[in-house]
Structure formats: C-alpha cells, structure tokens
Design a protein around this ligand. Structure first.
Ligand SMILES: [Mn+2]
Length: 350
C-alpha cells in the first residue's frame, strides 16, 4: 500500500477515498437507486439496507430496498420497513426494480447466489453494482467491492461510507437506529471478537444521535411469541444431542416439528448459540429441514476450531472460522444427523 494513497481513517484499503467517492458520484447521478441484501434477511441485512436508504433520504435521494424474502417481524419497527419490496411476494416489481436500476447497492452478501431467486436478475442487471460486505471470499461480480471480512457488521461499514463521504452531520436518528440494530445483532450484542474500539466509538456517536438502545434491544430480543419460546424449550429439552468426548453439541428440527410449534421466520435463531453456551462445548450445530426437502445447517465454534473448513469439506457451504452455514440437498434431517455423527471422530475436537 503506497503511503500517499488517500485512505479514510478506517486504515484499510476497503474504504479508499477515490473509490468511495466514485460510489457517491454514481449514486447522486442515478435516476434509480436500488438496495438489495441476502435471503433470510437478518438484523444486519435489513439494518444496513434501511440505514443506507434512510441516509440517502436524509440527503434528498430516493431509493428502494428489495429483499429476496421476508424478515422476522421483530424488525418491523424499523423506519420504512413496510416499504421493502419482497421478491418472493412481489416478483415482477422486484425484478423490474433490479433490472432497471442505475445503481445497485448489494449489502451484506459475498455473491449473488446468497440472494436465492434474485441471483440471475442481479447478475444480468446493467446497473453500476456496489458491494458492501464483511463475509469471507467475496465473488467479484460487481463494479466496486467494498469488502472487509474483519469488520463485525455491514452496518459498521455503512457508517464508514457515510463518514468517508463527509456526511456524518446528516446522520438522522432513523439511520442511526437501523445501523445500531445491525451492529447489535451481528456481534451478539457487542460481545464477539470482531468488536473493536472503532465499533464502540461509532456506537457512542449513534447514541449521541438519539438512538434508544434499550428500546431496540427490547424490540429485537424481548418481544418473543409464546410459540417461539415453546419451540426453543422443546428443542433444548427433547432435541439436544451432546458428545462430551468431542466437545460437540447438536440440535436438529424437522419440518413437522417446526410446524407443530407454528415456527416463523427467526424463531430458531439463537438455538445454535444456546448449544454453544453449554459447559465443555466448543462446536455447536443446528440443523433444520426445509420445505424443499433439504437440511439447512448453522455451525458455531469457540477459539481456533474452524467450522468453516468442516462445512466446506462436507456440507456445501462456507462462512467464517467460528460461524458457518451449510446445506444437505435432498436429505432427511435424520440422515444429516447420521452423516454428521459419522464425521465426529475425524473432524471434532477431542
Ligand atoms: Mn452481516
């Protein structure tokens, strides 16, 4: 890195001033600005999309947010969440927006595959595409790639963008609330290793902007439906498997079981972390059957053990060292559990 290269104070090449400035120029000149994020949108996907949308609004620019499918209802309070276009419900409108966008902001995903049914229209759109993301091994499909796998959340990178644009004075409460939400949910409420001094400096500024942090926490973590709590109780009491000799725990739920408890989007979130929080457990797995007959999996680990390597080798997925996701196509949950068990000796810590 040459010394005279202009950097934002973020200290990495990720948000180099000329590149970030070009993104701004393109956005200002665009007639149609569209923001997209990954499928099964989480707090960071919804939060970063709406944070950018709200910021653009604050400086007088209109944009639309298009997501592949629905998000948990505990994010409904976010300003303009009701105006998000969901591809699985409004396919024609969603495709039209993406295909005809001049600038397409792609947030919180490392490749179009992560947007499910939106993949093709994103790839073929003639828009100027800008990726802002923090997942490993980003695909180079966009015109600009602002990727920082060390950063705790895409929301934190959005703050960095706004700062590098010199627009922090325009940061509205609405923008700040969305940003805070994504930073909170992607860092386990600010406790993961990805949290830095810079994260907390940003949080300090967001609070100064008027973010109501205890209210947000209450909306996201303190508004559980009874059905969700019962499902989680059932999972912990009836479905938890532990292999103490391998310091490994697993919870697996079938479609039938989830239907029995009226499982909705987001209801199984956090189960894998509960399994990981068990004494002596260093690797935790959550599996669930899907409508399409696949088994979706979340892996978590503590310390140096890389679940990413395990997932890449056996479960058709990827992620980070301590958090990864995979899938077994056309498999029953029972078969997926059996397969995982057969790998214990070879793969799990002893
Ligand atoms: Mn994220």
């Amino acid at each position: 890195m040459s010394k005279d290269k202009k950097m934002s104070r973020w200290g990495s090449e990720v948000l180099s001033v000329p590149v970030v400035s070009e993104c701004w120029e393109r956005t200002v000149q665009a007639e149609s600005i569209v923001i997209v994020a990954h499928r099964s949108p989480d707090g960071d996907a919804v939060g970063s999309s709406l944070a950018l949308h709200q910021h653009l609004k604050a400086v007088g620019l209109q944009s639309r947010v298009v997501l592949p499918d629905g998000f948990p209802s505990f994010f409904n309070w976010m300003p303009d969440a009701e105006h998000i276009v969901l591809h699985d419900e409004q396919e024609a409108e969603a495709n039209d927006l993406i295909a005809n966008a001049d600038v397409l902001w792609c947030l919180d995903f490392n490749g179009p595959k992560r947007t499910g049914q939106m993949e093709e229209v994103i790839r073929s759109s003639h828009a100027f595409k800008i990726v802002v993301d923090h997942h490993l091994e980003p695909e180079t499909f966009a015109d600009v790639l602002l990727s920082d796998p060390v950063c705790g959340s895409t929301c934190e990178l959005i703050y960095g963008l706004i700062e590098t644009w010199g627009q922090l004075e325009s940061l509205s409460v609405d923008t700040a609330q969305c940003m805070y939400t994504g930073m909170m949910t992607d860092t386990g409420s600010f406790r993961f290793n990805s949290v830095t001094g810079n994260t907390h400096r940003i949080l300090g500024h967001l609070l100064d902007c008027g973010v109501n942090q205890s209210w947000i926490h209450e909306q996201v973590f303190g508004s559980n439906r009874i059905a969700k709590i019962k499902l989680q109780g059932f999972a912990m009491s009836e479905k938890l498997m532990v292999w103490p000799e391998h310091r490994t725990a697993l919870i697996a739920l079938t479609q039938d079981e989830m239907k029995r408890f009226d499982c909705q989007s987001g209801d199984t979130e956090g189960l894998v972390n509960q399994a990981l929080a068990l004494e002596g457990v260093e690797v935790a797995v959550f599996m669930k059957g899907s409508e399409e007959g696949h088994v979706k999996m979340s892996f978590r680990s503590k310390g140096d053990y890389s679940v990413r390597d395990l997932v890449a080798a056996h479960f058709n997925g990827g992620g980070h060292r301590n958090a990864a996701g995979g899938i077994m196509q056309n498999s029953s949950v029972a078969d997926a559990v059996d397969y995982f068990e057969s790998l214990l000796k070879e793969w799990m810590p002893v």
